[in-house]
Ligand binder design. Structure first.
Ligand code: GLN
Length: 304
């Protein structure tokens, strides 16, 4: 497969698209990002890398971190966690309050905000130093010590995260939050603020393409069954009320974030990360989705 040639074509075709998109501004610090940034990094299972554009620039991974926190919770808590959070697609916006009320405080899945806040609660209970230990886990997956929280982004979200506070309070009222609301949200806002380059994030997601083992040293981080389940949840729930559209157009398990990133994997083939800040009306990177659709169309490598 001539990935270099294919990626050049993808870039040229995406450049010609005039897509509607808006930067997330409900977290003021994210609104400062240059909307014209665009990077892509593809890492293949044989260790080869292909990229273009701003693939070495750090961006806020935001909700993509929910896959990493879910993975750590699955290791630490095991199947008991599924009593507190479901695994069904939400078909609703990522921060929906209505759905949580209808479902009596059991979030639809771990990749919407309510579900990720329950996962954050599990990690706050399980980890001795939650923020430090979570960062250590992410650095291990990435094979890099260069990964950190962006404290300005975390602080900015803490100041304006009223909807997340409402979700956390509702979870607490329904006995689905064991720790204090502010402690859990402090962890959650920090996990979302992690900054990574496309390359670092592609390396991190390689574990999900490699049946749970790190590619760089073969160490097992998750069982094959846990990895299968994580990929299934990404496939059905990774793009909120656009999960069906992403499956339809791209055909890979993946996860988006309001920072404009999308990480996706093809089991036993590759991981790919694209970053373009303007979001479509569903909160997913408009150009990022288009780029991944072109990639899987041109390579013929989707999981379907
Ligand atoms: N930190 C953001 C929030 O909780 C993450 C949302 C997202 O990336 N979709 O609102």
């Amino acid at each position: 497969m001539n990935y270099s040639k294919i990626l050049k074509e993808v870039k040229a075709e995406v450049d010609l698209l005039e897509l509607e998109g808006h930067i997330a501004n409900y977290i003021p610090e994210l609104a400062k990002v240059d909307p014209d940034r665009f990077g892509l990094h593809l890492q293949c299972i044989d260790g080869t890398h292909f990229d273009f554009g701003d693939s070495q620039m750090k961006f806020s991974i935001q909700s993509i971190s929910k896959v990493l926190s879910m993975a750590l919770a699955m290791k630490l808590e095991g199947v008991a966690m599924w009593e507190r959070v479901d695994v069904e697609p939400s078909g609703n916006p990522f921060n929906s309050l209505i759905q949580l009320e209808h479902e009596h405080g059991i979030p639809r899945n771990p990749l919407i905000n309510a579900g990720a806040i329950v996962i954050a609660d599990i990690l706050v209970s399980r980890l001795a130093n939650p923020k430090v230990d979570f960062l250590t886990f992410v650095r291990k997956l990435a094979g890099s010590e260069e990964i950190d929280f962006d404290l300005k982004v975390a602080e900015s979200e803490a100041k304006t995260g009223f909807t997340n506070r409402a979700l956390a309070n509702f979870l607490k009222a329904n006995f689905n939050l064991k720790n204090e609301v502010e402690e859990v949200l402090d962890f959650y806002f920090h996990q979302c603020s992690i900054a990574m380059t496309c390359r670092e994030l592609a390396e991190t997601f390689m574990v999900f393409a490699n049946h749970g083992c790190l590619l760089h040293n073969g160490e097992r981080m998750l069982s094959a069954s846990q990895t299968k389940r994580i990929n299934a949840i990404m496939q059905t729930c990774g793009f909120y009320d656009e999960a069906g559209e992403f499956s339809f157009r791209v055909g890979l398990p993946g996860k988006s974030g309001v920072g404009g990133g999308i990480a996706a994997i093809h089991p036993q083939q590759y991981s790919v990360v694209v970053w373009s800040p303007p979001l479509n009306e569903k909160g997913n990177s408009a150009k990022g989705m288009a780029a991944l659709e072109l990639l899987t169309t041109k390579t013929g490598l989707s999981i379907f």
